[in-house]
Ligand binder design. Structure first.
Ligand code: ADP
Ligand code: MG
Length: 441
């Protein structure tokens, strides 16, 4: 896989850059996993340079090829890294294509809490009785909350029970389709996708970019024929079918025709349980104080939490240092922006009100005026990000029904920020102003 990733990167940078920096990187197989990849190079300076300049691009290329976006760490050969979990790391890497199925994703190592219980139960039920009650199963939620983990768990469970399973990202489905079209081997494509017991499609939202193209039509036909033949379909997505963009209506109604379940951000206890489990699985000793620190200060994305744990471990091996709270804070300073207990929702509202010239009572009102709706969304988003209030607490403060309304508003403003760079900058400025106001107290 690394060779393919390097080849892809080579296309976009200068030949001498490639030869000087990338070509000489050596994969550290013992420390690397699909979600955390360690490369070594000759010296620390070089490592730092490559880390800043190429790590993100490398990570994106891996994501495209494997469906998993790894954290990339470039380090140096100068000190010896400890070996750990040699066997499993190697096994993962030797898999020809990790999108097929990652063995380490299974039901038994999935931590269940209120935020994911229904999705977990539905997945288990589908795995035990594919093609029966819940068909299709549609799981949606923000990134990093375990959708792929559940999808792959279904796959692994069914393979063990002798079923034929195809697990692809929607991008892979598209590529596969185009490949067979080009080679005039559509009969093979159809045989493959319609003779399976389970078809698992990860991140179906990306199929929405192909409206009007033949891929959606092919997926529609695959879906219908497979289901008629008793095959099970499971899809994951970042949004519910209702608000998915770029899909033909008839496909959306198919997505809605089975069971739909979401995964919401984990509650603190679930987060703590996950951190405990992940550190135990990786044989990393973290005190309960450190676990709590990570759980309360990092965001809700479990993938990011996982890579923070891996980073802690790699750095503690590298520097031969024990993992103390101070060490944790310094290693994770880029990932963690400590939530200040002192920042309150009122601080958030006050700053937004002053900067955007909207009355605090309007921000908390139910007004649908565009600028007020936007200010309210920013307020909800920043309250979640900067204060230690729980989702239900934020909901009640802003007069929303429940925590899922908070999630919805946060998702919406994030989407808008992705589309509108200026909005993003404005929100970041507000964030800085709120924090500054607190620091100068
Ligand atoms: P998504 O597909 O929703 O973006 P993933 O399934 O890739 O998220 O999850 C990101 C990482 O977090 C994975 O390594 C996964 O194992 C881990 N993870 C997420 N939720 C849980 C959970 N409830 N228990 C254990 N691990 C989890
Ligand atoms: Mg995923």
């Amino acid at each position: 896989m690394t060779v393919e990733v390097f080849k892809e990167l080579e296309k976009s940078i200068l030949p001498n850059e490639f030869n000087k920096y990338i070509k000489k990187l050596a994969l550290d197989k013992t420390l690397s996993k699909p979600s955390f990849i360690v490369f070594k190079t000759s010296n620390l300076l070089m490592a730092k340079f490559i880390q800043t300049k190429y790590a993100e691009t490398l990570s994106e290329i891996y994501a495209k090829k494997t469906g998993i976006k790894p954290e990339i760490i470039i380090t140096t050969n100068e000190k010896k890294l400890n070996l750990k979990d040699k066997k499993t790391a190697k096994k993962d890497l030797e898999k020809p294509n990790s999108t097929i199925l990652i063995e380490s994703y299974n039901f038994s190592n999935f931590i269940v809490g209120d935020s994911n219980r229904f999705a977990y139960e539905c997945s288990k039920s589908v795995a035990k009785n594919p093609g029966k009650d819940f068909n299709p199963l549609f799981i949606y939620g923000p990134s990093g909350l375990g959708k792929t983990h559940l999808l792959q768990s279904i796959g692994n469970f069914c393979i063990e029970n002798g079923k034929i399973v195809i697990c692809v990202t929607s991008e892979q489905f598209m590529n596969d389709f185009q490949f067979h079209i080009r080679n005039q081997t559509m009969d093979k494509f159809r045989l493959k996708y319609r003779k399976t017991d389970l078809l698992l499609v990860d991140d179906i939202q990306f199929l929405g970019n192909t409206k009007g193209e033949k891929t959606q039509e092919e997926f529609f036909n695959t879906f219908n024929e497979l289901r008629q033949a008793g095959g099970q379909i499971v899809m994951t997505s970042d949004k519910p079918p209702k608000i998915l963009k770029g899909f033909e209506e008839r496909l959306l109604s198919r997505f809605e025709s089975g069971i739909i379940t979401d995964i919401t951000p984990p509650e603190l206890e679930t987060k703590i349980a996950i951190i405990k489990k992940k550190s135990e699985d990786n044989k990393i000793v973290l005190s309960s104080k450190i676990i709590e620190y990570i759980a309360t200060n990092m965001g809700d994305n479990i993938r990011e939490i996982e890579s923070a744990i891996n980073k802690l471990n790699a750095f503690s091996n590298l520097m031969r240092s024990e993992i103390t709270l101070e060490f944790t804070k310094s290693v994770l300073q880029d990932q963690i922006r400590e939530k200040k207990e002192s920042v309150t929702i009122n601080d958030v509202i006050e700053t937004i009100s002053k900067e955007l010239n909207i009355k605090p009572s309007d921000i908390k009102s139910k007004s649908r005026r565009k600028n007020i709706v936007e200010a309210r969304r920013i307020g909800i988003y920043l309250s979640k990000k900067l204060t230690i209030n729980s989702m239900p607490a934020i909901a009640s403060f802003f007069g929303l029904k429940d925590h899922s309304a908070v999630s919805h508003n946060i998702r919406k403003i994030k989407e808008l920020m992705d589309e509108d760079g200026f909005l993003k900058i404005r929100v970041e400025e507000l964030e800085n102003k709120i924090l500054k106001g607190k620091n100068s107290e």
